[in-house]
Design a protein around this ligand. Structure first.
Ligand code: ZN
Length: 307
């Protein structure tokens, strides 16, 4: 090859690369999610056409996340915002207002609430307000603890991505379908592993697991917290110990961010085992994806219930 041809080739390569990186940078949709589970699902649907960041970490209580200026900066740049809804991530509302990004405000094209289409559990019949210390005033917002919730959650994300970039619609649909196929296979494995524990009585720290319990046939008999967000009193714990002995409860599930003192005391008096049960991706650092989250939790639950 002549020197001129080589030079020309190099120039063309450089032009192609710069064009490539420009196009690549330009087409990425900036997705901001409130939680790490939603970030993982948004990556699954969006593939290489999205850049995803989560505002909270998986080891934080999703009800209470401290707002930071860096979160507002992320929201300013967002094309798509993905929320849990049902007031779980209410802390994000002030940040969204502060970001003044018209693309992601309520009802804008770039606003996604993944609770749309979820069959809500524990919707209060009478009016409850947050002043009573009750955190679940629109029903139980921890629906993502049922892996099947990934169906409606990814559908909401898909619809949002299609609104932002209709030309990529087929690609997003294909990604979602592939993800749901993998989820179905996993679901068969989890269901088989849990089958012999149908009807097992469990206790949880916070009322985060009714969707998980319904999916795998567990029976949540009580909580360490007397009401969501209310710390336990000695009287409540005494009653709890009595109930746990009667119902032969073998495990207490507690998220990594709750205090362990009351759990350990109750465990000691009842012979139950305390399981650190992360509710989200990154709840412990080994859990990098939504599917790994259920692998981890189901494995430790099966082990504890088998003892
Ligand atoms: Zn809650």
């Amino acid at each position: 090859m002549s020197r001129i041809k080589v030079k020309l080739l190099l120039v063309l390569c450089a032009a192609f690369l710069s064009l490539g990186s420009y196009t690549y940078g330009a087409v990425k949709i900036n997705v901001v999610t409130t939680t790490t589970d939603l970030a993982d699902l948004a990556k699954a649907v969006g593939g290489d056409r999205v850049k995803v960041v989560s505002l909270s970490k998986g080891n934080q209580d999703p009800h209470f996340v401290d707002p930071k200026p860096s979160m507002v900066m992320k929201l300013k740049k967002a094309d798509l915002l993905v929320k849990v809804g049902m007031d779980l991530d209410m802390w994000a509302d002030g940040l969204i207002a502060a970001a003044r990004n018209s693309k992601i405000i309520y009802a804008a094209k770039g606003y996604v609430d993944t609770s749309v289409g979820i069959e809500r559990l524990e919707v209060p019949k009478e009016k409850i307000d947050a002043g009573m210390g009750h955190l679940h005033i629109h029903g139980n917002p921890h629906y993502q603890t049922d892996p099947a919730a990934a169906g409606p959650m990814t559908k909401n994300i898909l619809d949002g991505l299609c609104r932002i970039s209709p030309k990529d619609g087929e690609y997003f649909k294909h990604n979602r379908q592939e993800y749901l196929t993998r989820l179905d296979e996993k679901m068969d494995t989890w269901t088989a592993k849990m089958a012999k524990f149908k009807g097992a009585n469990i206790v949880t720290y916070h009322n985060s697991w009714p969707y998980f319990a319904r999916r795998f046939g567990l029976n949540v008999v009580e909580h360490i917290e007397p009401k969501p967000g209310i710390p336990p009193s000695p009287a409540h714990l005494a009653k709890l110990i009595k109930v746990m002995k009667e119902k032969k409860v073998k495990v207490i599930l507690v998220e990594p961010y709750f205090p362990l003192k009351a759990c350990r005391m109750v465990a000691k008096k009842t012979g139950a085992k305390v399981l650190i049960f992360p509710p989200s991706v990154g709840g412990i650092k080994e859990i990098k994806t939504y599917l790994e989250l259920f692998d981890y939790n189901i494995n430790q639950l099966v082990e504890a219930l088998s003892e």
